[in-house]
Design a binder for this molecule. Structure first.
Ligand code: SF4
Length: 369
């Protein structure tokens, strides 16, 4: 496997909308950081053999990896011998939150090999940040970005949310422009989704507003020289998130840490670790594997994923994939409605337009079936 993901499960506090596996500080016991380090060492030893001698991408996600002591991080991954496996073009990303960007620590992560930061800004409006349960404010987000660039990071991505209750178009555009005043190379912008019954669910904007937000983001980012290369992702030319591209192109990756997923592209097997730190630690302590489930992908699953993953990307799909008359009819309708287009650089391919990206779920199901 040429891609590695490590899940760091701790956060300052649990954001109101988050469904990743993470534990807020208020629920963390003093010994948990040490337990996690020890368990990750054990898992790294067990799994190192799956990694290729040359790794193309590493992603430290979570949770909030930037809360982890860099020495502890280095000890935890030592058995993976990453120093021998990374090469000049390896992309090594670490997720960070503005509240945990510390000048000295980020220099240490850089020494470890991290060369790309993905920062969870989400909004530059303090009211919105409080409503989302974020612990940082606008000024902390901006000074954290300053710190990253001062520390010499040249590949910085920012996460932003749209479709947030009470977020106006003007506010969203102003936030993007402020963020674009930094030399960021990448922006991920997700539509806020909440489960029914969530306290904020009824305040979510209607579908027209959500669509307007998504189209606004597409316009502003493109006007600023970014490519809309995936449904929710924009990059300066050449700065696609290589790690995520490995997922979308269904290449193999090894996931370590509680709740991490892995995919073996040779065996077409996928598996997931337990999403419980105590259980993860206990199992590894007993010398067992923390894998909670695994599955061999069926031919049908592989076919559906092939379509869904390809349609996510601006590369789109070869027109020759439309084999049934139903698919061709749907494609004609989507073309007419401006939801798909012929790829401007390759007339044999079809891809989603910005509007199509915003309505991708229904188009995917229309084209696949
Ligand atoms: S910081 Fe990120 S991972 Fe942690 S709770 Fe918030 S959204 Fe979830």
């Amino acid at each position: 496997m040429r891609s590695l993901y490590i899940h760091f499960p701790f956060c300052e506090t649990k954001c109101h909308y988050c469904d990743f596996y993470s534990i807020g500080r208020e629920k963390t016991r003093p010994e948990d950081a040490g337990t996690f380090e020890k368990s990750l060492v054990a898992e790294s030893k067990r799994e190192a053999h799956r990694l290729s001698s040359q790794i193309n991408t590493i992603f430290f996600g979570g949770g909030t990896p930037s809360m982890t002591d860099p020495d502890s991080m280095a000890r935890a991954i030592e058995p993976l011998q990453l120093g021998n496996r990374v090469h000049a073009a390896t992309e090594w990303t670490m997720e960070a939150n503005p509240s945990s960007v510390d000048r000295d620590r980020i220099k240490e992560y850089k020494k470890l090999g991290v060369n790309r930061i993905s920062m969870g800004v989400q909004s530059l409006n303090d009211e919105r940040l409080v409503a989302l349960g974020r612990v940082h404010g606008e000024s902390q987000a901006l000074s954290a970005l300053d710190e990253l660039f001062s520390a010499g990071f040249k590949n910085v991505s920012v996460d932003l949310l749209c479709g947030v209750p009470d977020q106006s178009d003007e506010e969203l555009e102003a936030a993007m422009k402020r963020l674009l005043s930094f030399p960021i190379t990448h922006l991920s912008c997700y539509l806020l989704t909440l489960v029914k019954g969530h306290a904020m669910y009824k305040k979510l904007p209607d579908e027209d507003t959500q669509l307007r937000h998504l189209l606004l983001i597409d316009r502003v980012m493109r006007e600023n020289g970014f490519e809309h290369y995936e449904i929710s992702n924009f990059c300066k030319p050449g700065f696609e998130a290589k790690h995520n591209l490995a997922y979308w192109k269904r290449q193999g990756y090894l996931g370590l840490g509680p709740s991490a997923h892995s995919y073996d592209d040779q065996a077409q097997m996928r598996w997931k670790n337990t999403s419980n730190l105590a259980r993860y630690a206990e199992i590894l302590e007993q010398g067992e594997s923390p894998i909670e489930w695994n599955e061999a992908l069926s031919a049908e699953q592989l076919e559906i994923e092939r379509w869904m993953l390809a349609l996510r990307l601006s590369e789109g799909v070869p027109e020759s994939w439309l084999t049934s008359s139903n698919q061709r009819q749907k494609a004609t309708i989507y073309h007419r409605e401006g939801l798909i287009e012929t790829h401007p650089n390759d007339p044999t391919r079809l891809r989603l337009t910005a509007r199509g990206f915003a309505l991708s779920e229904s188009i995917m199901s229309g084209l696949i079936h």
